[in-house]
Design a protein around this ligand. Structure first.
Ligand code: PLP
Length: 383
């Protein structure tokens, strides 16, 4: 990240932790293919297995239940295996696009679970739907939303889904390191993790199963790596970095209390600057690190450019992976009016955030709204 800039976009990617960089570089120096039996291969294997233990510990799973992938997107697709043509996937309407893509489910085999105005799944709707004759094969509900930070009642979802005979997938990419996660307490069959959201390198992730007996359908065939569930030579450097990041993230859950204080101060400042500020998912339990908000009439695209010029990096609440600002399916599922959603800005904090970063945002935001107010006044005076 550029020196002097305030980086407030951890939900997009977290800066890589120095310890993870060190671990990845050390792994590259080791060289060796983890499948080789010679000493260099065994040294690489050792790094992969150490990382597997760290990643398993982050979610309270057994190491043998961890399958490394190329990231969260791939882990989501891997979890969503369709065994028969009649299988249905039931996913919350606020899932990440990699879940809404459906894995191996065709688009007409995906049904969406509605959410309330705070973005939390409608459990009563889910219970009614699960009571019908066509039970879904998989129910997929994320632990915390990437745009708003809203936390979902995954354990209750799992109770209902399991009673109906469905398997449960939980995308915990944004929750990892921010909430304590215990796969058994969550009662999920599959949990998705991504390295770069916890301060590890981009391009590594994991699908963690409740235990080794939970079935997985590989996305493709090849070598026998990862017990043939994810063929292809492992990215040892990225995996080693992920392991270190998982260990450090697990030790930082307590820091969320401090982040929550910063976030609450931040949101109260926003509302002082403009009383018209709408904070999304404010009524839900939220991740302490995330704030998604809008001020009517302020376009997110324009604001992001101005903030960037001021050295502040944030995302638009509706930026898609191509970087373009589109309509947010999350805010739209929550019933947010399109005009207001077009102004959604997401500020997200993480392991290296300090209060001064958020203060920089507030100063830049105040200037931006004053300039806007000034322009509005000029228009009024000219009329
Ligand atoms: N799931 C959620 C909730 C995410 O926020 C993201 C990334 O933004 C992903 C999955 C995809 O992870 P990756 O970038 O590792 O493919």
């Amino acid at each position: 990240m550029e020196a002097g800039s305030a980086y407030l976009d951890f939900n997009a990617t977290a800066p890589v932790r120095p310890e993870a960089i060190e671990a990845a570089c050390a792994a590259m120096r080791v060289g060796g293919n983890p499948s080789s039996v010679h000493s260099a291969g065994r040294a690489a294997r050792k790094l992969v297995e150490e990382a597997r233990r760290e990643v398993a510990a982050l979610v309270g799973a057994e190491p043998g239940a961890v399958t490394f992938t190329g990231g969260g997107t791939e882990a989501n697709a891997l979890a969503l295996g369709r065994r028969s043509e009649t299988d249905i996937l039931l996913a919350s309407s606020v899932e990440h696009p990699s879940v809404l893509g459906g894995g191996r489910f065709a688009s007409d085999a995906i049904e969406l679970i509605p959410v309330d105005p705070d973005g939390v799944v409608d459990l009563a709707w889910l219970e009614r739907r699960l009571g019908t004759e066509t039970a879904p094969a998989i129910v997929s509900v994320m632990l915390a939303n990437n745009e708003t930070g809203a936390i979902q009642p995954v354990a209750e979802v799992a109770r209902l889904a399991h009673a109906a005979g469905a398997r449960v997938h939980c995308d915990a990419v944004q929750a990892a390191g921010r909430l304590p996660i215990d796969i058994a307490a969550l009662d999920a069959d599959y949990v998705t993790l991504s390295a770069h959201k916890i301060g590890g390198p981009q391009g590594a992730g994991a699908l963690v199963r409740r235990d080794r007996s939970v079935p997985v359908m590989p996305l493709y065939r090849g070598g026998g790596q990862e017990r043939s569930l994810r063929p292809g030579t492992e990215s040892v450097a990225a995996i080693a970095g992920m392991g270190v990041a998982a260990r450090l993230a697990a030790g930082e859950i307590g820091r969320q209390v401090e982040l929550e204080r910063i976030r609450d101060w931040f949101e109260s400042e926003l509302c002082t600057i403009s009383t018209a500020t709408a904070v999304f998912a404010k009524g839900a339990r939220r991740l302490a690190n995330t704030s998604c908000f809008a001020v009517p009439g302020v376009s997110a695209e324009t604001a992001m450019i101005a903030l960037d010029l001021d050295g502040v990096c944030v995302s638009s609440g509706s930026a898609c992976s191509s970087g373009k600002v589109g309509r947010s399916h999350v805010l739209s599922a929550m019933g947010v009016a399109p005009d207001l959603a077009a102004g959604a800005i997401r500020v997200s904090l993480g392991w290296s955030s300090a209060r001064k970063d958020v203060e920089s945002f507030i100063e830049a935001w105040r200037r931006l709204l004053e300039r806007r107010g000034g322009r509005a006044q000029e228009v009024i005076e000219a009329a």
